[in-house]
Design a protein around this ligand. Structure first.
Ligand code: SF4
Ligand code: SF4
Length: 254
């Protein structure tokens, strides 16, 4: 099959499907980090089509006054839009002869590696046994933020969010990993400077205020368990576990 889609065509297609911004990430320099953090199969992809849908900023900023159900409604709607766009982009790349893997908008990987899990489940079933349900770690199956930062959509701020110059962290990200050898876009510099707005706004004191460095583990920047536990505490009194104060407090794009 002739491999026949250009970078310009795939980015135009991604925008036409609804992305507000998009770019091409070179993931080759991050391959060791990806392999160690997310597994070898993801490290096989040298490029990613990264895109963002902007969150209506007033809905995010409203969180600073108190949680709203509208925040969750739009958050979930944007996730479904991202998966629709990612799937369309992946199929277009596949039709053009490339490997392409669309990532879930939000997904978490199991603590145990699920390799050959289909056969293990079938064998246990035939033996009249039942395997225990796998637990899930609170780490994304792959970092959309890493791909977006490499694609120049923004920088990874002290909030651990991708900060875009136009809307700050008020966005949702999508990623399609691929082996299509597109010319990558250039990352942009981190502009957090001495700002501490997200750290001071975090009610769970989960953010450590450390700039992103691929050599550091995620735990150097954020106590994810504290953040997730806080969602549960908000849910216990509000019915929905949401926060987003680190997004609403960022001065970029406010
Ligand atoms: S979502 Fe809330 S609890 Fe979690 S890091 Fe952001 S401000 Fe802190
Ligand atoms: S609030 Fe300030 S420190 Fe936090 S991500 Fe935004 S610019 Fe960076």
């Amino acid at each position: 099959m002739e491999k026949n889609v250009t970078k310009e065509e795939i980015l135009e297609f991604t925008r036409a499907k609804g992305a507000d911004v998009c770019g091409i990430a070179d993931l080759t320099a991050a391959a060791d980090f990806v392999r160690a953090t997310y597994g070898g199969s993801f490290a096989e992809y040298p490029r990613a089509v990264s895109f963002a849908l902007f969150f209506p900023k007033e809905v995010v900023n409203e969180q600073l006054k108190g949680p709203t159900r509208n925040y969750e409604t739009i958050y979930l709607m944007l996730n479904r839009e991202i998966e629709r766009i990612s799937t369309a982009v992946a199929i277009k790349l596949q039709r053009a002869g490339f490997r392409a893997y669309p990532l879930d908008a939000t997904d978490y990987r199991p603590t145990a590696h699920p390799e050959k899990l289909h056969y293990a489940v079938a064998a246990a079933d035939e033996a009249g046994e039942k395997l225990p349900k796998l637990g899930f770690e609170i780490i994304d199956v792959f970092s959309h933020r890493l791909a977006a930062a490499h694609a120049g959509l923004g920088w990874i701020g002290k909030s651990c969010c991708l900060v875009n110059p136009e809307v700050g962290p008020r966005l949702r990200l999508g990623t399609v990993l691929t082996d299509a050898p597109f010319e990558p876009d250039a990352p942009i510099e981190n502009r957090c400077g001495s700002c501490r707005s997200c750290i001071d706004a975090c009610p769970a004191h989960a953010l450590h205020g450390r700039a992103f460095d691929e050599k550091d583990p995620l735990s150097a920047r954020i106590d994810v368990q504290k953040c997730y536990d806080f969602f549960d505490k908000v849910e216990a009194v509000y019915g929905i576990g949401i926060c987003g104060l680190c997004l609403g407090s960022c001065p970029f794009g406010k």
